[in-house]
Design a protein around this ligand. Structure first.
Ligand code: V47
Length: 444
């Protein structure tokens, strides 16, 4: 039986040894220099990113992303036991991509009171969760004290749980309603200080969407722009807490705008990690790039920042989370949303471009678990957690109960060829008593 016809004529591939089926795969020569840079740990340019988006050789893009992912994390894939809590869907904004928001008297509008939140915190503790991930709409009349009381109530019910809460746009909203420290950067710092004192442990990556004014004005006018989003995270890092970053793609943005988004994140992270990189002896280029994804020889001390690392006085971006757009029930419902290949490629490119982000998360709720498994072989090292309830996007034909078990997550990870590692919110390994479920973070 002939498995593959040889390629002939003008497009002939160089002769390759081995199984005849291998001869059907052609390398894109446009990737040769990019592969050299990735192999040696040289930063990719935005122009390189455009080549990675344009190439038909998706296999090579994934291979390169997998190479750097293995340099950073070996065969470990992280998951956590967590609960997402959306305290209210009432929102002063009406972003076109969002199917979550409601106005006060609209069908389906809700807001949880502090007793509801205490119940959720107790359930989270009893289920062994290490994290509560809390976000909501920009609620027009809840006072600032609601938010600090919520954090304190969770701390009372579940003292060991890490609270990752409030996207940057919620922080700016809280700054406005609390009138803490004025409209500028000082005000952001003042609000964050109060929230941290009440129990906030880190910021989630939401609300970044795509850092571009055209896309902002067309799809989420009214939300903060990129400079303010970045400032909120800079302030959180300055105060010593970590955060994540998302990128919502596959709607009205161009691929070049995704690359610009990644470039802005990468630049800010260079500044944040600069002193730490000096203390680790990590060489920088003339632009001050802090590349963490090169070969082992480039890292005389620690390769990755961790809370308490030498020379690290601030928080930092831990993970990039590419979020594929879900059109269902949004004002942009007429758009098709990204394809599986586009999801794979975008995540792999995020791994390659964001060379100073320790982690890349394939959020299984939005990617789906089967897609997340593929992405583990294309740069992702994390799939988020057990989640339980999730209101922001709904899987087709299902409600907001979107729970998966640790067993299912671990099986998906193992089947993709990796070792499942339970982590806490700041990526320390979790040690758990198999009988009682009691847990502690390694090195905490
Ligand atoms: O900010 C809203 C996005 C985000 C849609 O930090 C949509 O660990 C797709 O940020 N289709 C919330 N996306 C989710 C988020 C997140 C999730 C998991 C982990 C972390 C983390 C953060 O979801 C929003 C918005 O960007 N979103 N609507 C939609 N129709």
């Amino acid at each position: 039986m002939t498995l593959a016809a040889p390629i002939s004529g003008a497009h002939a591939a160089p002769a390759v040894a081995g199984h005849p089926a291998l001869r059907t795969r052609r390398r894109d020569s446009a990737l040769t220099d990019i592969a050299r840079k990735v192999e040696t740990g040289e930063r990719l340019t935005v122009a390189d990113g455009a080549v990675l988006f344009a190439t038909p050789d998706i296999h090579e893009v994934c291979r390169l992303a997998d190479m750097v992912r293995r340099r950073l994390h070996g065969d470990a894939v992280f998951y956590n036991i967590n609960r997402h809590l959306n305290y209210s869907n009432i929102c002063a904004l009406s972003c076109k991509f969002c199917a979550f928001h409601r106005k006060k008297d609209q069908d389906g509008a809700y807001e949880h009171n502090l007793d509801d939140i205490r119940v959720e915190a107790r359930k989270a503790r009893e289920s062994g969760a290490t994290e509560m991930h809390i976000v909501g709409g920009l609620h027009p009349w809840l006072p600032f004290s609601y938010y600090t009381d919520m954090l304190r109530a969770i701390g009372e019910e579940a003292p060991q749980i890490h609270i990752k809460a409030f996207t940057a746009v919620e922080i700016v909203h809280l700054q406005r309603i609390s009138k803490r420290g004025g409209d500028g950067y000082e005000g952001v710092l003042a609000v964050l200080r109060d929230l941290i004192a009440a129990g906030l442990g880190s910021l989630p990556g939401g609300g970044a969407e795509v850092f571009d004014d055209r896309v902002h004005d067309e799809a989420f006018k009214g939300k903060i722009r990129s400079d303010q989003w970045l400032d909120v995270h800079r302030a959180a890092h300055e105060l010593g807490i970590n955060s994540n970053a998302t990128m919502l793609y596959g709607h009205i943005e161009e691929r070049s705008e995704r690359l610009h988004h990644m470039e802005l994140l990468r630049l800010q992270q260079d500044h944040t990690l600069s002193a730490w990189a000096d203390a680790q002896g990590i060489a920088k280029d003339a632009t001050g790039a802090v590349v963490l994804t090169g070969p082992a020889a480039n890292y005389p001390n620690e390769r990755l920042p961790m809370p308490g690392s030498r020379g690290l006085k601030t928080g930092y971006f831990q993970t990039i989370i590419p979020l594929p757009f879900f059109p269902n029930a949004s004002e942009l419902e007429y758009l098709p949303g990204p394809t599986g290949l586009e999801n794979l490629r975008t995540l792999a490119i995020a791994r390659l471009m964001l060379d100073n982000f320790p982690h890349v998360k394939a959020f299984w709720i939005m990617q789906t678990l089967p897609m997340a498994q593929l992405e583990l072989q294309a740069g992702a090292d994390d799939i988020d957690g057990t989640v339980v309830w999730y209101d922001i996007t709904k899987a087709v034909g299902e409600g907001n109960h979107q729970e998966t078990s640790v067993g299912d997550l671990a099986r998906a990870i193992r089947e993709a060829g990796f070792t499942a590692v339970e982590r806490d919110t700041v990526y320390r390994r979790v040690e758990r008593d198999a009988k009682t479920g009691a847990w502690q973070s390694a090195g905490a």
